[in-house]
Design a protein around this ligand. Structure first.
Ligand SMILES: [Fe+2]
Ligand SMILES: [Fe+2]
Length: 334
């Protein structure tokens, strides 16, 4: 399995592919065994999730017509956002836009029966409002180029998201990391907008992502008790092969570099604020009783984490050096 760039790059690291009757039987059995955990976490989720109204977060009075309705076409001067804030908001929005693909994936993995089906629909309904309100905000504030955004949306959704039919445990591990990564990304994007309205909106969206992360994190916790070796393998594969769901967005590699340089989402954040907190919560390195396969997976994970940590440190050093050089050039010009 090759993976050129964990947070961007081509989609060539989808984890192991499984199929066939045995896996289907295993999957059905595991879905059944985890169902009480899903039901319990649904109750917890419904109690924790506060109702909120996306329309309340949008500054509607800032809006005006575009050219077709005799208004003004968009120009970049109308946006109060910095270039990197525009990029980050576009990437976040296009990622959220691709919900039909994600729904297809979780529906395939979790099914429509029992508490699993209730969760799939509830999660989809909550995710749906994220794109609506971010788009509304960007259109009324003229934050980004609406034509470029629409073309990118069409392209992204036509490409679709495809996990490569990951097995159930891999899906649970992936979405745990992905929900936390999305939470961090929305939160940090909010900060760079330097607009309190955008920050409040993205903080609200990030709260949803946090609850989603807790739901999936608890499922993985339960899976570690039921099938520790297989779950360890799934976690390792998903850490090693992780890529953001937005990796199919046009120009994602270039945009993710911009986002990383601005410290919105980079390898340091990915290691420190996404991967490690979940591994600590699951007590991955304290787990006892793994068989040879489970230990092998854990060892692979430890090696991958070391490499990720080293790459993250190198990236941060290089970014600091580049910033220092830029500052020195600016000072000498002044
Ligand atoms: Fe979302
Ligand atoms: Fe989410």
């Amino acid at each position: 399995m090759t993976c050129r760039g964990r947070l961007g790059g081509p989609r060539d690291c989808r984890g192991p592919q499984k199929g066939g009757t045995t896996d289907l039987v295993d999957n059905t059995q595991l879905l059944k065994e985890l169902e009480p955990v899903v039901a319990q976490n649904l109750d917890r989720h419904f109690a924790a999730a506060k109702e909120w109204m996306p329309h309340e977060y949008v500054p509607w009075s800032d809006g005006r017509n575009f050219a077709l309705l005799d208004g003004e076409p968009w120009t970049v001067e109308q946006s109060t956002l910095s270039a990197v804030a525009r990029t980050a908001l576009e990437v976040n929005l296009l990622t959220e836009d691709n919900l039909p693909s994600y729904h297809r994936e979780v529906d395939r993995a979790f099914g429509r029966e029992s508490a699993w089906g209730v969760w799939v629909n509830r999660w989809t309904a909550e995710e749906g409002r994220h794109a609506f309100c971010i788009r509304d905000y960007l259109l009324v504030t003229r934050g980004v180029d609406p034509e470029e955004l629409e073309r990118a949306r069409m392209e992204t959704m036509q490409t679709g998201f495809d996990s490569g039919d990951k097995p159930l445990l891999h899906v649970c591990a992936y979405v745990s990391f992905q929900e936390l990564a999305t939470r961090v990304s929305h939160r940090n994007t909010g900060k760079v907008t330097e607009d309190p309205v955008a920050e409040r909106l993205l903080t609200r969206v990030a709260k949803d992502e946090n609850l989603h992360m807790i739901f999936y994190r608890n499922l993985v916790q339960a899976a570690l008790e039921l099938q520790p070796n297989e779950t360890m393998r799934a976690i390792t594969d998903e850490v090693v092969g992780f890529e953001m769901p937005g990796a199919i967005i046009p120009g994602f590699t270039r945009k993710s570099v911009q986002i990383a340089k601005a410290g919105i989402y980079d390898l340091r954040i990915h290691h420190d604020d996404v991967v490690m907190p979940l591994l600590r919560q699951w007590r991955i390195f304290e787990l006892e009783g793994l068989d040879a396969e489970g230990e092998k997976a854990r060892q692979e994970l430890a090696t991958a984490l070391e490499a990720l940590d080293a790459t993250a440190s190198r990236f941060v050093e290089q970014r600091a050096e580049a910033e220092a050089k830029r500052a020195a050039r600016a000072a000498s010009r002044a």
